[in-house]
Ligand binder design. Sequence first.
Ligand code: ADP
Ligand code: 5GP
Length: 291
Amino acid sequence: MGLPPQLTPEQRQEALLKAAISRKRRAEVKFKIKNGEFSIDTVLEIAKTEDAVAKMRVKELLESLSGVGKVRAQSLMERLNISPTRRIQGLGRLQIKQLREEFMKSEHAIKPGKLLVLSGPGGVGKSTVAKKLREAGDFWVSVSATTRSPRNNEIDGKDYFFVSDDEFTRMINADEFLEWAEFAGNRYGTPQEKVEQALLLGRNVLLEIEIAGAKQVKAHLPQSVLVFLEPPTWEELVARLEGRGTDSPERRAERLKLAQEELVAASYFDVVLINDQVESVVRRLIELAHN
Ligand code: ADP
Ligand code: 5GP
């Protein structure tokens, strides 16, 4: 084995400078991959002509791609037989082809659905609107868990999952809720897993929940759209609650008192819609999901 070449101080200085420029270029490329400006295809093309980019480690390239963390990068490299220290310039033709195919797939991956949260005072028409949306098929409407007793016409698993107080507490402790809140003496919560699955499968999701819960959803998922449903007038809200005929006069008085407090919250919401016609509210919500 020959001795390593001896560099003059000037050559050493020059080599250090060149290495620093290469590192800077790789950092710049990684930044552009992270913010979506460069796809994996673009980087593989640049690496054909730029030495600095050709020397980037494949691991670094993969981990910079949005949605690819350390775990996915490692398992992908194992599957494609790429050693952990391999640089782009060391990739074989087959590995390049396989990498391209892999990310072509994810570039065409399903676009996640939109999450719309519908709130508003009791009796304004939230469940009527939610039912129509479910029938229209544009939304997957989440079914909440509640400790409230079923009303006459309500079906377990369709309108709510009616659960005991102990079961609700168990669900909170097991972190099964996206949000939960207490309302008029009962607890209500949105089961998290099904909502996440539906969104990942590209379904638009509707939650019909009260205001404290809506705020929790926004805090967890800022991309969600909070919609507040208002009655055309206060008198109409009173008439709707009476017309529904599901509450005793005492319970109705309690709900109306709560409704007064709830109406104040409208300003917190992204969108306010007046429920004069159910059909036009349904149309607006479908438009919001497709925007
Ligand atoms: P919420 O779920 O907000 O408590 P509901 O959906 O149960 O309210 O509606 C309360 C009552 O108002 C129901 O009897 C329903 O049929 C009626 N309702 C809902 N929307 C309208 C509307 N746009 N015009 C007239 N009545 C409505
Ligand atoms: P009701 O008893 O009339 O069915 O519902 C009372 C309130 O609880 C309504 O405002 C309804 O939107 C809300 N609600 C229903 N499910 C949930 C839920 O999962 N989470 C929260 N925070 N509120 C809910």
